[in-house]
Design a protein around this ligand. Structure first.
Ligand code: MG
Ligand code: ZN
Length: 217
């Protein structure tokens, strides 16, 4: 019985995700859904991404957090449209939350919508919100065992951004193992190594993102 209930929730979510996707298609907006554990650097990556876009590609951002507006304030200070969703306890974003946030985003004026999911390595991967690509962000400080422990996050993503590479000298972590295990779960995963903090390696990520805008949307 429990299984029936769960699958009905996911069916309803999928219908709403398709409505969102239709809206994105109509406005030719490429949508990425960035997922990671708390503290991996999602907001910093988004800040650096928006700075690197330099206004040439117009972006909007939806921030997902259980509580608070700190991330939306950081992004809003860059002058891009941003909506903060407070899930009030829910540990992931779903398609209905995105649908309700969309009136706050001027879709006709943007090329790229970045959704920052709630920090969590489990259920964000289970919910489509209408995005064109899920992107997994893993900081090397979390350890190289994460791909095999949380496989769905890596399987559902089109790109993996490995962050905080500047911390490598201080950590017993194998970036090669992260790469190898991630690719064993998802051979078509695009992998980028960055330090969002100082923008090292960000150009590969920016090329991937720019390459999809106005193509996949
Ligand atoms: Mg954040
Ligand atoms: Zn959840």
């Amino acid at each position: 019985m429990k299984l029936n209930v769960v699958s009905r929730i996911l069916d309803a979510n999928e219908r709403l995700a398709e409505q969102n996707r239709e809206l994105f298609r109509k406005h030719n907006v490429f949508v990425v859904n960035i997922m990671s554990s708390p503290g991996a650097g999602k907001t910093t990556l988004i800040e650096k991404t928006i700075r690197a876009l330099n206004g040439k590609i117009k972006a909007g951002v939806i921030e997902g957090d259980i509580q608070g507006t700190a991330d939306a304030e950081r992004i809003g200070s860059l002058g891009v449209p941003v909506v903060q969703i407070n899930t009030g306890g829910a540990c992931h974003l779903d398609a209905n939350m995105i649908k309700e946030a969309l009136p706050g985003i001027p879709l006709a004026d943007i090329d790229l919508l970045i959704i920052e999911n709630v920090g969590n390595l489990v259920c964000p991967a289970e919910f489509n919100v209408g995005e064109h690509a899920k992107v997994m962000l893993l900081s090397i400080a979390e350890g190289d065992d994460k791909p095999l422990k949380y496989p769905l996050m890596f399987q559902e993503s089109k790109a993996l951004v490995i962050n905080k590479t500047d911390l490598k000298p201080y950590l017993d972590v194998s970036v090669d193992k992260i790469r190898k295990d991630s690719l064993s779960l998802n051979p078509s995963l695009e992998i980028f190594e960055v330090s969002a903090r100082n923008s090292d390696g960000i150009s590969g990520w920016m090329d991937w993102l720019s390459g999809h805008i106005h193509k996949d949307s």
